[in-house]
Design a protein around this ligand. Structure first.
Ligand SMILES: N[C@@H](CCC(=O)N[C@@H](CS)C(=O)NCC(=O)O)C(=O)O
Length: 194
């Protein structure tokens, strides 16, 4: 069995895939696409990452990579057992990957004080929803699932790349972020999941 992840260290979607591999204790090697995307394009026929080479089988997109890994390595399941909870978990994964991701990208791209204020206003709405949702919660479904992993990968990017701290008012959200930091054995929020 050989797994190669085409990736970069700082991409949130790559960190999401690495976290699933780590949770399941699956060994893998990496190919860093930062300076050379050609091997990724040759292997996958497209330029987005992460891409997983699983014994020559090509799996594109962090959501499909996670589901594929779950099938091959059921230990430390990334989905809740209850079927309805699993549906909600998948919706949360999608919300993190699409909605939260767009707000974080907007914050990263904001160059003027006006653009930054606008982006902070938009992401503030999402922080408030998350803060409310995470009231009194540790892992969302009682064990670490892809909902926690996908949300953390996006929020973590604020600390590793954007250099933006979630405002102190969002106490439940910040407590959850810190709980995830500890669960993933990161000394600092600025460290990436390896
Ligand atoms: N839905 C995809 C998103 C992947 C994605 O947008 N990756 C970015 C890096 S974070 C990328 O490939 N950017 C380069 C490009 O679009 O050319 C996933 O979950 O893997």
């Amino acid at each position: 069995m050989a797994i190669k992840l085409y990736q970069t260290e700082t991409s949130m979607f790559c960190e999401k895939a690495r976290t699933v591999l780590k949770l399941k204790n699956v060994p893998y090697e990496i190919f860093d696409v930062r300076n050379n995307r050609q091997p990724l394009i040759d292997f996958s026929g497209q330029k987005k990452f992460p891409v997983m080479d699983y014994n020559g089988q090509c799996v594109i997109d962090s959501t499909f990579i996670s589901a594929f890994l779950e099938e091959k390595y059921p230990q430390n399941s990334i989905y809740p057992k209850n079927p309805s909870d699993k549906g909600l978990c998948l919706m949360l994964e999608d919300w993190a990957d699409e909605v939260l991701n767009q707000a974080i990208r907007a914050l990263r791209r904001a160059e003027t004080p006006e653009a930054k204020a606008e982006a902070e206003k938009s992401i503030g709405v999402l922080f408030r929803s998350l803060d409310q949702f995470l009231t009194g919660k540790q892992f969302i479904f009682g064990q670490m699932t892809i909902a926690d992993i996908a949300l953390f990968a996006q929020l973590h990017y604020l600390y590793t790349v954007v250099k933006y701290e979630i405002p102190a008012a969002h106490k439940n959200l910040l407590a959850w972020v810190d709980m995830m930091r500890q669960a993933l054995k990161l000394n600092l929020l600025q460290d990436v999941v390896a």
